[in-house]
Design a protein around this ligand. Structure first.
Ligand SMILES: C=CC1=C(C)c2cc3[nH]c(cc4nc(cc5[nH]c(cc1n2)c(C)c5CCC(=O)O)C(CCC(=O)O)=C4C)c(C)c3C=C
Ligand SMILES: [Fe+2]
Length: 470
């Protein structure tokens, strides 16, 4: 584990002895059903409705053609496995115990958790990306920013009842997924691993090991891949796995992104068409997709596929709606920016004001980067953006709920898992792209220049105060 992860706020977790029961005090059951033993021939036996290669071809990307920022082969749309071959060549049937690990962000459960949660978030080198030479500043910087940001964040969490609903909702999704997989004859243990709060990914992995899981499907609950979300969680997982003999041999299949899956697209279209009906003139309402933003540099410099995947996702949802005779106007904007740098544009708050000024009267907000209700739907969209829209001249406001445990959505996730099971291979330990980039002298010089600049502003510029309020 790297230094940043070691000194993360992770009280009472014993990571040194893998077979001991974890006593976090707060963590509930990490696993969502006791698995039965399952006979899965290690040859490909589970049918895929859409072969992965074909799916990628549909979007003009060859399967596993890029490397993602954590150094894995990156499938812009689909499942990735570690190592060279997707399917193991064993011809005999082996006794398998399949696990599904749901990865999510995590959220503070009480107002006292807010600052340490923020510390964990900002201490993540995939959230605040410092040049290698300045990584030693990551923790002090995280401390400073988390303390400055905490009052504003606390206000938000106070407004939605004093904590994040993410853990509860993710647990419900895990339960439903387990039941659905069982009904499809794939009994599994489902685990929840959060990146920044309980139950941490480390806890889930300890449980996976304790349960002697033999094959694992990793399903991040983010439809689109970003360095800052799926990328970060997978990097942590990879760090844990490569240090453990049992885990590093375990066949693993990671579903990097799934925004293009038919079941997900149709489920989103169902929610949108249902919500449109609540407007007196449904055809007049603008469909306003609001995605969580990322800093522009992620996309432009680090090659984050997030923006492309988001646009593709919106295209597919609108195509589905059009096939149902729904031809409303639509737009996409990015919300929740933090700090002094430029984020993906257009910004949700600015677009809402512009639309109001242009005379748009009815607007249906659709959160699209996340599948649970959370602070940014319940507070930012439902309170802040709603108020801003109404002040700007929009008269009729609606918001599509997050997918949560919508049955068609859970069924689609279950199908994604079933397709991924036979593709699992042992995790390897590839070099990270940031290490590769550091070997390039030009990129290194650029990093050094901006690193020095950054070090300067960290200590001397009041710009850091921007984390407080944006
Ligand atoms: C696809 C989803 C998300 C992306 C991309 C993402 C990037 C990202 N986020 C921050 C900073 C913060 N995020 C916060 C909360 C938060 N973020 C997501 C999702 C994505 N973040 C969720 C689901 C949540 C809410 C969790 C919950 O408790 O309900 C917060 C804390 C809240 C606040 O103060 O606004 C911060 C801070 C950055 C910097 C970033 C990309 C670099
Ligand atoms: Fe975020």
């Amino acid at each position: 584990m790297d230094a940043a992860a070691c000194s993360r706020v992770l009280p009472q977790i014993n990571l040194s002895h893998s077979d001991h029961r974890l006593s976090t005090g707060r963590s509930g059951p990490a696993s969502f059903r006791s698995s039965k033993r399952l006979l899965v021939p290690k040859q490909l036996t589970v049918s895929c409705s859409t072969p992965i290669d074909k799916r990628n071809d549909m979007f003009g990307v060859s399967h596993c053609s890029k490397k993602n920022p954590v150094g894995e082969v990156l499938c812009p749309a689909g499942v990735c496995t570690y190592g060279g071959t997707a399917v193991e060549s064993h011809s005999h049937a082996a006794e398998e115990k399949v696990g599904v690990l749901l990865l999510n962000l995590g959220g503070p459960e009480t107002l006292n958790d807010v600052q340490p949660f923020l510390f964990n978030l900002f201490a993540d080198p995939d959230i605040i990306r410092l040049p290698r030479l300045f990584r030693f500043l990551q923790q002090p910087l995280a401390k400073l920013i988390s303390v400055l940001r905490a009052p504003k964040s606390k206000e938000g969490y106070a407004a939605i009842g004093g904590g994040s609903p993410l853990r509860k909702i993710t647990n419900e999704q895990a339960n439903e997924l387990g039941k659905t997989l069982e009904s499809k004859d794939l009994p599994v243990n489902v685990y929840v691993g959060m990146r920044y709060w309980y139950p941490f990914t480390e806890e889930a992995v300890q449980q996976i090991k304790k349960d002697r899981i033999t094959r694992l499907v990793v399903l991040p609950l983010y439809p689109q891949f970003s360095i800052s979300t799926t990328g970060s969680s997978v990097r942590v997982l990879q760090d844990i796995f490569r240090k453990d003999a049992y885990l590093s041999r375990m066949p693993v299949s990671i579903i990097n992104s799934w925004y293009q899956r038919e079941g997900y697209i149709k489920s989103m279209a169902n929610l949108i068409s249902k919500e449109l009906e609540s407007f007196s003139e449904p055809a007049e309402a603008m469909i306003f997709f609001s995605a969580h933003g990322v800093p522009l540099s992620y996309v432009e410099d680090a090659g984050d596929p997030y923006k492309d995947q988001m646009e593709e996702c919106i295209f597919l949802i609108m195509k589905e709606l059009k096939s149902r005779g729904i031809n409303n106007e639509h737009t996409l904007a990015y919300q929740s920016r933090v700090g002094p740098v430029q984020w993906l544009k257009p910004y949700t708050d600015e677009v809402l004001v512009e639309l109001g000024q242009k005379g748009v009267k009815s607007l249906l907000a659709v959160p699209v980067s996340f599948v649970s209700e959370h602070i940014e739907t319940l507070e930012e969209i439902d309170m802040e953006y709603r108020e801003l829209a109404l002040e700007s001249g929009i008269e009729n406001w609606g918001r599509v709920p997050a997918l949560g445990c919508t049955p068609s959505f859970i069924t689609d996730l279950a199908d994604a898992v079933i397709e991924a099971v036979p593709l699992a291979t042992a995790m390897s330990t590839p070099q990270t792209t940031s290490e590769v980039a550091d070997h390039d002298p030009v990129r290194y010089a650029i990093k050094m220049f901006f690193g020095s600049f950054l070090a300067f502003i960290l200590f001397f510029s009041p710009m850091i105060m921007a984390f407080r309020n944006t």
